[in-house]
Each structure stands twice: as structure tokens, then as C-alpha cells.
Design a protein around this ligand. Structure first.
Ligand SMILES: [Zn+2]
Length: 134
């Protein structure tokens, strides 16, 4: 990766696996002596290109943003709905990682895991989710 400030080559100075998001956090330093900028990157799987959702009639790409929006709407009554939806979406994706086979998720498994995760977190959110997404 090149420097986001000057376009020069960079070096990784620190790297950590983030279990909660199944991603890799990296600190980079610009190698241009006139710049020496330090910035952070985050490597995460592109689920849209790797996972599919299977229903009775269709196979479609798994859209992380679509999952996030459904969780966010379900958490709309909560004070920190953005933060809660981000945390819950990451939790759901980690649970999907444990059950996915050949990159395909059955829609019923996705709905069940979403509902169960929301039920453990907030009953109102789970009720909203069931009403709008089942
Ligand atoms: Zn630079």
C-alpha cells in the first residue's frame, strides 16, 4: 500500500488480528523521509465476493451492509443504535463463519442466527427483526 498523504511506499510497523471482527489492524509508516506519515489500515474479507445466500428460488451475494441495516433498524429504539448494530453485525458474521459450508448460507440459518443474536441482546430488537425480516 502507498502512503495516503504522498503516494510513496510504506512499511508495516505493527499488526494485530482482531478476533471480534475477524480482521487485521495494521499501523503503516511512510518511507518517504520528507513525509514519514503514520496511518492505520484494516484488512477484512469482502463477503460480497465470497459468500452467497441460498433461498428456495434464488442464490444471491451476502451483503454485509444489508445485514447491518436490518440490525440497525431493529435497534432503532436504542440510544446507541449505530454502535450496537456494528457490534451485533460483527457477532452475527462470526457466528455465520462457524456454520457456513462452501461459502453458502441458507437463508433460514441466517434469519435464525440474526434472531437468536438479537434475542440475547434486546427482546424489542428481536421482535422487530422477526416482524420485518421473517
Ligand atoms: Zn507519505
Amino acid at each position: 500500500m502507498v502512503c495516503i498523504y504522498c503516494g510513496s511506499k510504506t512499511a508495516i510497523t505493527n499488526s494485530r488480528h482482531q478476533r471480534s471482527t475477524n480482521s487485521t489492524w495494521r499501523r503503516r509508516k511512510c518511507l518517504n523521509k520528507a513525509c514519514k506519515a503514520i496511518f492505520t489500515t484494516n484488512e477484512i474479507a469482502i463477503y460480497e465476493q465470497n459468500w452467497t445466500i441460498k433461498s428456495q428460488e434464488t442464490i444471491s451475494p451476502f451483503l454485509r451492509d444489508k445485514l447491518y441495516i436490518s440490525v440497525y433498524k431493529s435497534c432503532g429504539h436504542r440510544r446507541n443504535s449505530v454502535k450496537d448494530a456494528t457490534f451485533l453485525t460483527n457477532t452475527i458474521i462470526n457466528k455465520l463463519n462457524a456454520v457456513i459450508k462452501d461459502g453458502t448460507i441458507d437463508i433460514s440459518d441466517l434469519l435464525r442466527i440474526c434472531f437468536d443474536t438479537l434475542s440475547n441482546f434486546d427482546q424489542i430488537a428481536a421482535t422487530y427483526y422477526r416482524a420485518y425480516y421473517f
